[in-house]
Design a binder for this molecule. Sequence first.
Ligand code: IMP
Length: 196
Amino acid sequence: MEKEETIIYFVTENIHKFNEISDLFSKTKTNYNLKRKEVETVEIQATNLKEVASFKLNSVKGQISGSYFIEDAGFFVDTPLNGFPGVYSSYVMKTIGNKGILKLIDNFDETQAHFTSVIALYFKPLDVSLFFEGKIYGKVSKTLRGSGGFGFDPIFLPDIIPNKTFAELTTEEKNKISHRGKAWSNFIKFIKENKY
Ligand code: IMP
């Protein structure tokens, strides 16, 4: 039987996110084991991701006895959509999807976009909630490309690998540069600096 103190739960219904975090976790030396947990969470509509993540983290309280984290991400088309869909990413993906985003920016040659990821952790040993953020900048592709990843991956061209969409990268390649990978590095830095 595993001891509760050695487990960190990732509360998510999104198997793609869990696979990405699992890949990152497998390359990290810590005293913990990672487990996925599906519990009821509350997602509010707010103006920034940290607020959404904080509310979601609090909504898990009392349902898990050890340490746990959630992750919230958003896709921001800075040019020409002034950051839309951002905190509305989930709704926009469900309604107009990637094709709808491409239609909205059809007449624009110059695009700029970024992803932001916020990992919100409840860390039992210190009884604190902590937030770790990561961003990646790039452009919007003219067409959907690639079959990997999920969500907006087929239309995002990261500046660092400008000829490939996120969906054309392997999980490992995406993790090395992605918003989630960067938020994860900050998370691990905290665990290591505190010798957990
Ligand atoms: P969530 O609220 O964090 O689950 O994500 C909001 C929306 O952004 C959802 O439609 C996800 O599919 C999408 N999304 C989240 N992370 C990523 C990513 O790494 N790549 C592409 N789309 C993402």
